[in-house]
Structures are given as C-alpha cells and as structure tokens.
Design a protein around this ligand. Structure first.
Ligand code: MN
Ligand code: MN
Length: 314
C-alpha cells in the first residue's frame, strides 16, 4: 500500500496532533499505510497529554509532496491552514468539524464533517463503525483532544456525542476525566515563560473573509488580569506581524479556561476594526471583553464572516 501522511492544521493543538495519531492507528488497522505527522511542535498542553499517555511528538513536516503523493487531513480543510504545498498532493480523506472553505479536489475522496466539539469525537464513532478496539493510550490521547477543544465540555461547541465520547474514552484510558482534564488545561496556561511573539503564534489561524486577511489567535490562561499586564507589548507585536504578513485585522482572544470568558485585543485597519465593532461591540483602547465567548469557530468566525459580507453590500 502506498504510504500516506496524516496531519492536522498549522500551529497544531491537541486535536490536530492527537487525532492524527489516533486516525493513523485506525487507518493502519484498516489496511492503509499511514504515518501521523504534524505541521509544528506540540504546545505545552499537547506535550503534557502526549507524555501522560506515552507518545512521542509526531515528526514535523514543512512540505508533503517531497515524500508522498497522498495525504489525509484531520481537524482542518482550509488550504491556508494546511501544509504549504497542499496543492501538490491529493487529499484522500478528511475528518473535520470546521466550516468548509476554499476546499477543492480533483478526485473523489472520503470526507466526514460533523458539527461536534472535536474531531476525535467523530473518530470515536468511526472506531465503533469499523468495530476496531481503541487501545488505552489512543483512548487517552483522543480524550485529551476532546477536553482541549471543548474546554472540558464547557464550550458551546460541546454536543451530547462529545459527552458520550469523553465518558467512554475516559473509561478505556482509566482516568477521571474531570480531574485529568483540569490538569491538562492548566498545563497549557503558563504564559510567563513565553515571549509575546510566541503567544500570538501559539494557536493562530488565518481566514479570508470577503477578500480581507484576518488573523485570529487564542491563548488560554487562568488569570486574565495577569495576562493583560502584557497588553501593550502584545499589541505592538501584533501590529508588527500584521504589517509584515499583511493582515487587515489581527485579534487575540485571551480566554480564561476556568471561567469561560475572553478578553480580545485587536489591531488592524480602521475599516476592518469598524466591521469588527459591528459584530462584537465597541472597542476601547484596542480591547473588548467578551463574557462567555470561548470558541473561535462557533462564536467568532461566523459572526465576523457575516459582518464582512454585509460590509461589501453597504
Ligand atoms: Mn484544532
Ligand atoms: Mn478541533
């Protein structure tokens, strides 16, 4: 069988890396020849989860076409979030829980998309569908992915499927998910040791919204006020990055994982900032509080997309 690579998005999170590992295991059981790789190094939270369940970080690739002809994507589909030479390889499988945008293929493919809290929840159902047993360590890394994406089942993206998957996977992995989940989330909140540049790149995604380049970054903390002591340095770094990489709008969600609240820091063109304000309200001193907002894919990107679409019709 011809070898294929499986990977998640750039700036990988625990879903991107954990689900790639768990999907590769399943696909190999089903007769494929796959290797889970990553488009970046694991963040602190992911590193904690990998270590807990005895995995090494997947090999990091910059390009795919130099080693394979075919790839499988997890936890993303938008080409600008994928491997840099995605147009040079064929995508044979996708499992994802994001909006579908700018995704084209020249051949038929397997594509599973569900609006659930985590890609590993879909994968958990696939294991059942194919009647493949989930090993303890694979269950652990899938559980970690769901805890990460749903902020321990508190994000509004959480569905009953996610809850069922968490219960089932925790039992196979042999952990108390509430206790382990809090440890895992906290492992990703140490911002002290990181530069502003690290922080704005840790979990950042680019979106093309009606021709505007939007960058949405997110960091998890346990203390918003502590994070905001670095506000001016963060904004300065966001501005520099925006001018180098030509973003019309750069927003950083600083999310308190214990309270499920966010503060957003924002920079960009006046026009783009106006559109942002249409969607979310008035920004004061490059900052706005968004209580209850924790999900980029469900509570930020759709609202921004709508606001940018309306803008063109004004
Ligand atoms: Mn992800
Ligand atoms: Mn995900």
């Amino acid at each position: 069988m011809e070898k294929e690579l499986i990977f998640g998005h750039q700036n990988p999170d625990t879903d991107a890396i954990g689900t790639a590992i768990a999907y590769s295991y399943l696909q190999n059981k089903l007769g494929y020849n796959t290797e889970a790789v990553a488009l970046g190094n694991p963040n602190d939270e992911t590193a904690f989860a990998l270590k807990k369940f005895g995995f090494k970080a997947p090999r990091v690739i910059k390009t795919a076409a130099n080693e394979v002809n075919k790839v499988m994507l997890v936890d993303h589909n938008e080409p600008q979030q994928s491997v840099s030479d995605i147009e040079k390889v064929s995508v044979t499988h996708v499992i994802d829980h994001h909006r579908i945008m700018n995704f084209d293929t020249s051949s038929p493919l397997f594509y599973i998309a569900e609006p659930v809290g985590c890609t590993s929840t879909i994968l958990w159902k696939l294991y059942k569908h194919f009647n493949v047993q989930i090993p303890q360590n694979i269950a652990g890394i899938m559980l970690s992915a769901i805890i990460s994406d749903t902020l321990l089942l508190k994000s509004p993206t959480t569905t009953s499927d996610d809850r069922q998957a968490v219960e089932a996977l925790a039992s196979i992995a042999g952990v108390d998910y509430a206790e382990y989940g809090l440890e895992e989330l906290k492992a990703g909140t140490n911002i002290k040791s990181k530069s502003e540049e690290d922080l704005i790149n840790l979990d950042a995604k680019s979106f093309d919204l009606n021709g505007k380049a939007i960058r949405v970054a997110q960091i998890n903390v346990v203390d918003l006020s502590e994070a905001l002591t670095r506000k001016s340095a963060l904004l300065k770094t966001m501005e520099t990055t925006s001018s180098t990489d030509h973003y019309d709008l750069f927003m950083l969600l600083i999310t308190n994982v214990l309270d499920s609240d966010s503060v957003v820091l924002i920079c960009g063109s006046n026009e783009a900032k106006n559109v942002f304000e249409h969607a979310f309200g008035e920004v004061h001193d490059s900052q706005i509080s968004l209580p209850g907002i924790v999900s980029r894919k469900k509570q930020v990107v759709p609202q921004l997309t709508e606001a940018f679409n309306l803008e063109v019709n004004l």
